[in-house]
Design a protein around this ligand. Structure first.
Ligand SMILES: *Cc1c(COP(=O)(O)O)cnc(C)c1O
Length: 361
């Protein structure tokens, strides 16, 4: 299966230009979708086939499709950025492709070749390039996903699987400037356990996090942070973002990949950029006590969360049932330094010494 085997069926009813301009002026997140989508099918006999860019629209899903019963599903998230010269680029798609393969392996889904993953994104963004907004930290969010589409209620890996990519214009995560978020400590729920699916980007992890996220909102917080399931002692991550701690001596720590933490592309990029800025970086266990005591003693001076959607987000408050802790009322200098550099690379405002950017159109 190569990119020349991708069939293209153009829509006959695209969103008209005025309507699209209105959407791109204030897209929000995940509310509007571009004119087309990419779809391919897999069976054990035919491998990946029927790769098609077609008009965006509903799937026809049989009620017995196994994904609806057993949640055999994975996804990815990355963005297309428009540079000042009008060209369109994405960030480290090879890393997302590799993670998609690891998620697939954990969920007993078929391996999607990295070049098909990237060809799918290229084909979709090329036909829908006018959906990539310009200026002001806007982007076209790309959502590749794969699900068990076999019509069968027996419990085993599906023998029919669908891969698709959809695209949704996204506004800046912080329209009013970077603001610290408040975080709720989940004490009743865990997100992932040893031997579980925490390191896979699968819908089930998100389903499991929603009740904790709702509890966070009920307690006046923006996001939830999870502890390790075994000891309820080590900080793991947020529902959909990794977490970092900045120390008074300039060093930076983030929880090490222990099998139940999702390996963020942003996380690994932050580790590289921080090292280049001269920070000592550590991937190690960070306990809840270290966070509380470190902030109280002035050893921990900044805390931030990171992921593709929000880039780097300062954490202002940690709240739990019996108390709360302020980690800073404004975004700290190290958080802002790394955030700016990452955005400068993504939007083509500085050089790209790592070769992280991949041109789409
Ligand atoms: C996607 C995701 C992240 C962030 O990964 P990025 O590649 O940086 O976007 C972090 N944690 C979880 C649980 C995720 O699903």
């Amino acid at each position: 299966m190569t990119s020349s085997q991708i069939r293209v069926e153009r829509t006959t009813s695209p969103v008209d230009e005025a309507q699209r301009a209105k959407i791109l002026a204030d897209p929000g997140f995940g509310r509007y979708f571009s004119d087309h989508m990419f779809v391919a099918e897999w069976t054990p006999e035919k491998d990946w086939h029927e790769a098609t860019v077609k008009p965006y629209g509903p799937f026809s899903v049989d009620p017995a499709s196994s994904v609806l019963h057993y949640a055999q599903e994975i996804f990815e998230g990355l963005k297309a950025y428009r540079h000042d010269d009008g060209s369109v680029w994405t960030f480290r798609p090879d890393v997302n492709a590799g993670r998609f393969q690891r998620s697939a392996a954990r969920m007993a889904l078929p391996r999607l070749p990295a070049d098909l993953f990237i060809a799918a994104i290229e084909a979709l963004v090329s036909i829908d390039q006018e959906w990539v907004p310009s200026g002001g930290e806007k982007s076209l969010y790309l959502r590749p996903f794969m699900f068990a589409s076999e019509v069968f209620l027996g419990v085993r890996p599906s023998k029919h699987v669908t891969f698709a990519v959809i695209a949704s214009p996204a506004g800046p995560y912080f329209p009013g400037g970077v603001k610290p978020v408040s975080i709720w400590l989940s004490e009743d729920f865990t997100r992932a356990a040893p031997g579980g699916t925490g390191a896979a980007k699968c819908g089930g992890n998100y389903a499991a996090s929603l009740v904790a996220q709702a509890e966070a909102i009920d307690n006046g917080c923006d996001q939830v942070v999870f502890l390790d399931a075994r000891n309820q002692r080590d900080i793991e991550e947020l529902g959909g973002m990794n977490i970092f701690f900045v120390y008074a001596d300039g060093s930076i720590a983030t929880p090490q990949l222990n099998g139940s933490i999702l390996e963020g592309v942003t996380r690994s990029s932050v580790l590289e950029l921080a090292t280049e800025f001269g920070h000592k970086t550590d991937e190690r266990a960070v306990t809840l006590d270290e966070w509380r005591d470190g902030v109280a003693a002035g050893d921990i001076v900044e805390v931030f969360a990171c992921g593709t959607a929000a880039v780097l987000t300062p954490v202002g408050t940690l709240k739990w049932r019996d108390g709360e802790l302020s980690c800073g009322h404004a975004a700290g200098p190290v958080t802002l330094q790394i955030r700016e550099r990452l955005l400068d690379v993504q939007y083509g405002r500085v050089g790209d010494p790592h070769g992280w950017m991949h041109r789409l159109s």
